[in-house]
Design a protein around this ligand. Structure first.
Ligand code: GLU
Length: 443
């Protein structure tokens, strides 16, 4: 009988969830899903100085936002101190560990490092040999009574019956110590897969220097969780067949460690942008609308009075014009504003022209007489007006656009008017009409 797959993600709550952590979490999640297994979340909060509850919360929020849902936990290491002490006692009793008295730091428990070669099997890399005699004895219980990382990690992975540990290869160097601990405690070791690091566009290890690195920042910048999860998954794995756009559900069915890359991947901002654009274009409009609502609320936009139908129309009108939700927040700010700012160049180019006052007041009268504010009704009405007066639709639409949005760029004018609604549209045109000089001055 094959054992049931159990994976875990074990972040330390000393900062936000960064891209590398998100990838580790995602791979463990996908691996568990692919094999009908269980994905467990464990919070490694044993660094008392650097761990903070707000980071735990931020990590949980980022995981949920990305759609990486855990089946068990979160298990907090700080609540398992008795268990680590008990395991340490066992090693003290067998002589494999000893108490180490430091006059300054106090009393710690240290594990003896055997002097031999340790073979480290790995599902991504070839087997690596470590000469353990190069490693010193190491602390397992710190003088503050809290366990050291390697020790708590081994005890927990064994207690949680973890079968596969997928994590960044910065942890490869911990393997000799962890394997020694498994052996000394008489616990079965899981299988390990150490995945290569992520590089920035310049080839150096991805860091803050390269810009946003935390999931929270990408959320703030208006990326969609589906796009970010998809992009992050491809930093170290691909399903083959040039398949790139995959939902989390797709990836759950495809993820395979044998297709994990052995060398580092580069973080390509442009590709992330492109991918986000793809998701913006193709997500079901209702889903996108829900993301837009969430994003705008996050940006403190007052959405009282805007229902889901309206939000879906906003999504449809803008999805091809933006690369991120932040682009929408900027481009559609005029919709929500009480007072809009008029772009001086657009004013000059479109509104401060001869004849514009006439056309804009005529348009105003047409709009004011219009009961049905649906965009195609408005369009029909204006087509008649243009025909009757021999005007090009663009010449009529552009002054209205600048008057109601403040600039020359917006979705098609009648859609824009429909989104804005009657009251806002009319009052903005009115206020522009008041500002325009009655006779265009020749200077
Ligand atoms: N808390 C460790 C980290 O965040 C976990 C490492 C591991 O997965 O064992 O790097």
């Amino acid at each position: 009988m094959t054992e049931k797959v159990r994976t875990r993600f074990a972040p330390s709550p000393t900062g936000y969830l960064h891209v590398g952590g998100a990838r580790t979490a995602l791979y463990n999640f996908l691996y568990a899903r692919r094999h009908g297994g269980t994905f467990i979340l464990r919070i490694e909060d044993t660094d008392r100085e650097r761990s903070e509850d707000r980071f735990t919360q931020a990590i949980l929020d980022s995981l949920s936002w990305l759609g990486i849902n855990w089946d068990e936990g979160p298990v907090f290491q700080s609540q398992r101190l008795d268990r680590y002490r008990e395991a340490a006692e066992k090693l003290l009793a067998s002589g494999e560990a000893y108490c180490d008295e430091d006059p300054e730091k106090g009393r710690a428990v240290k594990m003896r490092m055997p002097r031999r070669i340790i073979k480290v099997p790995d599902l991504v890399h070839d087997e690596i040999e470590f000469d353990a005699s190069l490693n010193d004895d190491f602390v397992i219980i710190k003088s503050d009574g809290f366990p050291a990382y390697n020790f708590a990690c081994v005890v927990d992975d064994a207690d949680l019956a973890i079968t596969h540990v997928i994590r960044g290869d910065e942890h490869l160097s911990n393997m000799p110590r962890q394997l020694v601990l498994y052996e000394a405690l008489g616990l079965p070791a899981p299988q390990f897969a150490h995945i290569p690091m992520i590089l920035g566009p310049d080839g150096a290890k991805l860091s803050k220097r390269h810009g946003a690195t935390s999931v929270t920042e990408y959320h703030d910048k208006g990326f969609l969780p589906e796009a970010l999860a998809n992009f992050v998954a491809l930093l170290g794995w691909s399903p083959g067949n040039d398949l790139e756009i995959m939902s989390i559900e797709d990836m759950c069915g495809l993820f395979d460690l044998s297709r994990a890359r052995k060398n580092a991947s580069r973080f390509d901002n442009e590709k992330l942008m492109w991918m986000n654009g793809q998701y913006l274009m193709n997500l079901p409009a209702e889903r996108l609308a829900a993301d837009i609502r969430e994003y705008l609320v996050r940006k403190n936009v007052d959405l009282a009075g805007y229902d889901d139908v309206w939000m879906t129309r906003l999504a449809e009108a803008y999805r091809i014009r933006i690369k991120t939700l932040d682009d929408l927040y900027v481009a559609a700010a005029y919709v929500f504003a009480d007072e809009i700012e008029y772009d001086p160049a657009s004013m000059k180019k479109v509104l401060e022209k001869e004849g514009v006052l006439d056309v804009l007041s005529a348009s105003r009268d047409i709009l004011a007489a219009q009961d049905d504010w649906a965009s195609d009704r408005l369009e029909e009405r204006f087509r008649v007006f243009c025909e009757e007066t021999g005007r090009a639709l663009g010449k009529v639409a552009q002054p209205i656009r600048v008057a109601v949005t403040g600039s020359t760029a917006s979705p098609p004018i009648f859609e824009t008017l429909a989104l804005l609604g009657r009251d806002k549209s009319l009052s903005r045109i009115d206020s522009v009409l008041k500002r325009l000089p009655t006779a265009s001055s020749p200077e």
